[in-house]
Ligand binder design. Structure first.
Ligand SMILES: CCCCCCCCCC(=O)SCCNC(=O)CCNC(=O)[C@H](O)C(C)(C)COP(=O)(O)OP(=O)(O)OC[C@H]1O[C@@H](n2cnc3c(N)ncnc32)[C@H](O)[C@@H]1OP(=O)(O)O
Length: 219
């Protein structure tokens, strides 16, 4: 078995595959503000006990806004650059459910590069609830998938998750700062073995191990 411990960095340009690429810094402040407002709206809708008249009025208002916004859609697969805090950038889909800049359902997980791999802090509201007051187990897996996928992409080259294994060590609380870290353990050709961890109050709540398969880019 050949073990390559010196990953190569080669990020293909998505435009070569017909995918639009947007500079993250070029997204207007008004769009960020809209995404943030709709994020808060989702939380409010999920928890409201408003009277039926208010609910009906809100539904009509939201329907009207949807119709106004849904006139000029981005192409599916639109990519965006994101600053990783160390002078490097990564490229990901703009509506990525975990980290997408324009996805109001995303918790805005901003992974930054560290000497060990990647790290993010996030505090989750009831949009991500599974058991009472706790983060949904599938969402924990989604966040770890993103964290390991991102570190694999940045430290080697973009790939897809072939295998993901999660150990749920303790309940992961809502409304609590969570620290998410990820790192590359080793690479073997196209196979990248990665791992990640979620901590709350310094205690590990979940750990993940994954196998990423680097995408073969045609010449
Ligand atoms: C870009 C910016 C940051 C992005 C972050 C994104 C994070 C989110 C990541 C995701 O959620 S990806 C979406 C979920 N994953 C998928 O949809 C992948 C679906 N599976 C596939 O498309 C293919 O199975 C895959 C590309 C993973 C592999 O297919 P290939 O045909 O390219 O590879 P192949 O099947 O020949 O396997 C290559 C090697 O990996 C091994 N392998 C593949 N799947 C495996 C598996 N499940 N378990 C163990 N080993 C596996 C396989 O045995 C082989 O080993 P050897 O080279 O030693 O022979």
């Amino acid at each position: 078995m050949t073990v390559n411990t010196q990953p190569t960095t080669e990020t293909p340009d998505p435009r070569a595959f017909g995918l639009p690429l947007v500079e993250g810094g070029s997204l207007p402040a008004e769009l960020h503000s809209l995404v943030s407002s709709v994020h808060d709206l989702i939380d409010a809708v999920g928890n409201t006990r408003a009277d039926t008249e208010t609910l009906a009025e809100a539904a009509a208002t939201v329907r009207g806004l949807t119709d106004r916004l849904d006139v000029d859609r981005r192409q599916v697969g639109t990519m965006v650059t994101r600053d990783l805090g160390d002078g490097t950038t990564e490229i990901g889909t703009i509506t990525n459910i975990v980290a997408g800049d324009t996805n109001p359902a995303a918790p805005r997980l901003a992974l930054m590069r560290t000497p060990e791999g990647m790290r993010a802090e996030v505090t989750l509201n009831t949009i991500y609830q599974g058991p009472p007051g706790l983060v949904h187990g599938g969402w924990i897996a989604a966040m770890l998938d993103q964290a390991v996928g991102s570190v694999s992409s940045v430290e080697t080259s973009p790939g897809l998750t072939a295998r993901l294994e999660i150990d749920y060590r303790r309940p992961t609380p809502l409304f609590t700062p969570l620290e998410i870290t990820s790192w590359v353990e080793r690479t073997e050709g196209r196979k990248v073995y990665v791992a990640g961890r979620i901590r709350a109050h310094g205690q590990v709540t979940a750990e993940g191990k994954a196998l990423m398969i680097r995408v073969e880019v045609p010449e």
